[in-house]
Design a protein around this ligand. Structure first.
Ligand SMILES: NC(=O)c1ccc[n+]([C@@H]2O[C@H](COP(=O)([O-])OP(=O)(O)OC[C@H]3O[C@@H](n4cnc5c(N)ncnc54)[C@H](OP(=O)(O)O)[C@@H]3O)[C@@H](O)[C@H]2O)c1
Length: 294
């Protein structure tokens, strides 16, 4: 795959954010990757900081067990958050950093940790108030020319922040939080912008980080009840119903799954075969907002 080719992402992605917590031996990490590939989930989401900068190495160790595996998957990574953490000298406070020097250093560290020669997609993790779009476009051009990063995008940007960077460099996607417990992108213009530009939105925490199943405030209880009713009607699991709800938006967001359990991922992938009708989708929206449509 080269920079000249369009970005390819699987319709459902897998996120490695929690991998350090799972404490899996390397063979089990490899099984986690292979299980997703077998389901058609070939795009894996990372960030330099995940697991206090440990997750990319955990993933890279698993990849190293199976030569050829790298060519079968896409790696998305993010950079731009600087944590106060061991091995990160000079960080007195957590801050955002989209400077060319930091982006370059982060990419080099990610490539080494993952044991790969390129990232398929690099995202600026959070909007940096000091972001200089021209400086970023220059470093993107350099990294692409060197073949180290094929495509670039953003995460958690407002539509205007995304538009600013997109003016200087053709971004390839936007990663945002979206689930029945987080409706903001439906109203803040982010999903409209993805649809308008024909760019993939990637939906992080599509099961609300597990809170769809566990949170017990009024909104969560209403949403769970609505999703359970939908699941019963469609004869699917709650996970399938929730992911089908995310997928139903016309911008076709790509849910990024975060479970260690293969059953959860399999149920999520089953949602690709379930298209909710408008009334089914709006029942969940009404449960989430707590009010009928005007
Ligand atoms: N760009 C960003 O700023 C950003 C921010 C956050 C995350 N992300 C990306 O998005 C990915 C996914 O985020 P996420 O992990 O929050 O996704 P998620 O799929 O919404 O949540 C996964 C969590 O839900 C739990 N869960 C699943 N089914 C459950 C059930 N039936 N009952 C109770 N808990 C259940 C899982 O636990 P089990 O493992 O036990 O199933 C896991 O802890 C991350 O890995 C990361 O790549 C990006």
């Amino acid at each position: 795959m080269s920079a000249g080719q369009p970005l390819r992402l699987s319709p459902i992605m897998a996120g490695a954010w929690r991998m350090a917590e799972w404490q899996m031996p390397v063979a089990e990490r490899l099984r986690w990757i292979e299980h997703h590939l077998a389901l058609g989930v070939s795009s894996f989401d990372h960030a330099d900081i995940y697991g206090h900068h440990s997750v990319q190495q955990l993933f890279g160790q698993a990849l190293a067990l199976s030569p050829g595996l790298r060519q079968r998957l896409q790696i998305v990574s993010k950079c731009g958050i600087r944590l106060v953490a061991p091995g990160q000298p000079g960080q007195a406070i957590k801050h955002y950093d989209s400077s060319a020097a930091h982006v370059r250093a982060s990419v080099e560290a990610s490539l080494t940790a993952l044991g790969t020669d390129h990232l398929d997609l690099l995202l600026i993790h959070r909007p940096d108030a000091l972001m200089d779009a021209d400086e970023l476009a220059d470093v993107f051009a350099d990294l692409q020319r060197q073949g180290k990063v094929l495509h670039f995008g953003a995460s958690n940007f407002s539509p205007s922040q995304f538009a600013l960077l997109h003016q200087r460099w053709p971004l390839a996607g936007h990663q945002i939080e979206f689930s029945p417990l987080h409706l903001a992108p439906l109203h803040d213009g982010v999903l409209d912008q993805c649809q308008a530009l024909g760019l993939p939105a990637m939906a992080w925490s599509p099961l609300a980080g597990g809170r769809l199943f566990t949170r017990d405030d009024a909104a969560a209880l209403r949403v769970r009840q609505a999703l359970l009713a939908l699941a019963a009607e469609c004869q699917v699991s709650l996970t399938t119903a929730a992911i089908a709800w995310v997928l139903r938006h016309p911008s076709r967001p790509r849910p990024i799954l975060g479970s260690r359990r293969s059953q959860v991922s399999a149920e999520a992938v089953a949602a690709l075969g379930l298209r909710l009708d408008r009334q089914q989708w709006y029942r969940v929206w009404i449960a989430a907002t707590g009010h009928e449509l005007p």
